[in-house]
Design a protein around this ligand. Structure first.
Ligand SMILES: Nc1ncnc2c1ncn2[C@@H]1O[C@H](COP(=O)(O)OP(=O)(O)OP(=O)(O)O)[C@@H](O)[C@H]1O
Ligand SMILES: [Mg+2]
Length: 295
């Protein structure tokens, strides 16, 4: 524990020195957004990639990090075959910056590691080193972290390190129950409850249906967990989404005016309005991560 504290202080000192050497305009203000869900297959990767594109349209420099260490699929969705991925970072063969790939869509990606179930749960030291590596992405305005479904220690670390946790659910009762489950775990396991917990209801038939799901969820979280969950918005069930997945191009690229694209742009607009990051940036992210590691 003392080692960790010492390491943290050293990092903070280094960061302070670095900050002094840059002008205020260059101050790092990277917003880290973790996209997660209780149940699998509810749309995390689609939301992550297409939100990134919506942010890019606003002129932001965005990186999507595929933090799924078991079944990565951001690169599949973009028809990219990365030479290196997070496996190589974890194995210390490459740095995060070295494996980052630019795409033709104006966003960059950090590919996840597929098929390495052995490393899907990292040990404490590896997790710390890994989070430290993320700091090297601080040149971006936005880092969107697409996680695997459910609750592993890795996923909780990513959530703890983020400025915002975007929870995705569909209107299906199983997805809602599992989304509530993950919100409950966030409430009990994570110390950083300044973080914005945000809800997106995906694959809905109507705005009213989405609102019903969101109201239920936000009320229960408020009542039983004393936790504020912000309803960020919904995404229509849209055949364009699966067509885009099959064509391995984001739906925001194929048709920026389709229902799903308009919803995602609306969601990013709401995210922009809810940017409350005086507390943000990578220094704080490291601090939050360590406060969780020290629990
Ligand atoms: N809004 C939508 N309209 C229609 N289909 C959708 C929508 N969102 C997601 N889908 C369908 O659900 C599938 C799964 O989406 P996605 O891969 O983004 O989910 P995921 O949560 O990342 O899954 P996993 O837990 O396996 O990582 C998509 O391939 C698509 O067919
Ligand atoms: Mg996914």
């Amino acid at each position: 524990m003392e080692d960790q504290a010492e390491k943290l202080w050293e990092m903070m000192r280094n960061k302070k020195a670095l900050e002094k050497s840059v002008s205020p305009q260059n101050e790092q203000k990277t917003r880290i957004i973790t996209v997660t869900s209780g149940k699998g297959g509810v749309g995390k990767t689609n939301v992550s990639v297409n939100m990134a594109l919506a942010y890019a349209r606003l002129g932001k420099k965005v990186i999507v990090m595929d933090a799924d260490l078991g079944l990565a699929n951001v690169n599949v969705m973009l028809n990219l075959i990365p030479k290196f991925n997070l496996y190589h970072v974890i194995r210390k063969q490459k740095t995060m910056r070295e494996i980052m790939m630019d795409t033709e869509y104006g966003i960059s990606i950090v590919a996840g590691a597929s098929g390495f179930s052995k490393i899907a749960n990292l040990n404490e030291k590896e997790r710390q080193e890994f989070i430290n590596e993320i700091e090297t992405l601080s040149h971006a305005d936005i880092v969107i972290v697409d996680t695997s479904a459910g609750v592993s220690d890795n996923v909780l670390d990513f959530i703890a390190a983020a400025d915002d946790a975007v929870i995705i659910t569909t209107p299906e009762p199983t997805a809602i129950t599992d989304a509530y489950g993950i919100i409950k775990i966030i409430a009990t396991e994570i110390d950083n409850l300044n973080m914005g917990i945000k809800l997106v209801v995906n694959r809905v038939k109507s705005a009213a249906d989405a609102k019903k799901v969101a109201d239920r969820m936000t009320n229960i979280a408020g009542q039983f967990l004393n936790l504020k969950v912000d309803y960020l918005g919904f995404i229509y069930d849209d055949t364009m989404v699966s067509q885009a997945v099959i064509r391995q191009k984001p739906f925001m690229v194929i048709d920026p005016k389709c229902k799903a694209s308009l919803c995602v742009q609306h969601i990013v607009g709401r995210m922009e309005k809810s940017d409350t990051r005086e507390r943000g940036g990578f220094g704080n992210m490291i601090k939050r991560f360590f406060s969780r590691a020290a629990l």
